[in-house]
Ligand binder design. Structure first.
Ligand code: GLP
Length: 254
């Protein structure tokens, strides 16, 4: 695992966009796994700028999103579907048929989730999976306790996660209680993983991600077992970590 300490959120976002740019340049028909949340917003802005400057072409890229709420219409302003349309999809030349969001089939959850796994498999697997991280270590919506062998599945959201996400809704009561998410195994199958972790509120999550025991009580700890993970952080997220492990030229290899 490589941890790169960026000056601030803006630098982290620029660096993330550059990593995506290099991935697309190396493999124009690559498969990207995409997150929602506040962490990747700056990265999406920079990707759009690169596209507008003619430095990035998404015409052959395929995307699979990590997760989606259950119970919100796809055009609900807080659905991840709408978030992705507004924040990214509609502003670059991704082909609509090449973007995918997990959708449980309301009448048969299992087949909707299995179908998503099948689509990822048929696309050749995810080349670059981008992740945020929840304060309780969730990745996607894989809450503490999720099995490391999980594939795309339906989850009940923890209260802490609903509280954290209430900032996007009028109140916590409006935050859906369930979601569909890629599983831990789905994420671990990606060839390369890029995790974005910024801000003071993620200090504890960052230290646990890097050095806690690998177990299901802190889902992101599983990434310690992946052979190709880059964690991009900013200075405010690193305060606790850098006391324990001194960075060398803003990098730490663990
Ligand atoms: C949400 C999403 C995750 C995201 C996490 C962190 O619950 N389902 O995919 O990584 O929260 O979000 P943020 O980047 O806003 O801190």
């Amino acid at each position: 695992m490589i941890i790169k300490r960026c000056e601030n959120y803006e630098q982290m976002s620029l660096t993330a966009a550059d990593i995506v740019k290099r991935q697309v340049a190396a493999k124009p028909d690559c498969v990207l796994g995409l997150p929602t949340g506040s962490s990747p917003l700056g990265m999406y802005e920079h990707l759009i700028k690169l596209y507008n400057r003619g430095e990035l072409d998404f015409s052959s890229v395929m995307t699979f999103n990590l997760d989606e709420y259950i119970g919100l219409d796809t055009d609900h302003p807080q659905s991840y579907h709408q978030f992705m349309e507004d924040t990214f999809f509609q502003q670059v030349n991704l082909k609509p048929g090449n973007t995918h969001m997990p959708k449980p089939d309301e009448t048969d959850n299992l087949s909707g989730c299995q179908n998503y796994e099948r689509k990822i498999f048929n696309a050749g697997g995810i080349d670059l999976q981008i992740l945020g991280i929840g304060r309780n270590g969730h990745i996607g919506f894989n809450e503490p306790g999720t099995s490391f062998s999980s594939q795309t599945h339906v989850v009940q959201l923890h209260d802490e996660t609903r509280r954290a996400n209430a900032r996007f809704f009028d109140s916590k009561d409006e935050v859906p209680k369930a979601a569909v998410t890629m599983g831990i195994k789905t994420i671990m199958r990606a060839r390369t993983i890029l995790l974005l972790c910024s801000g003071e509120s993620k200090q504890e999550a960052l230290i646990q991600l890097v050095c806690s025991t690998v177990d299901e009580t802190f889902p992101a700890s599983v990434l310690q077992l992946h052979p190709d993970v880059t964690v991009l952080t900013d200075k405010s997220a690193c305060v606790i970590l850098e006391n324990k492990y001194p960075f060398k030229e803003n990098e730490l290899f663990i």
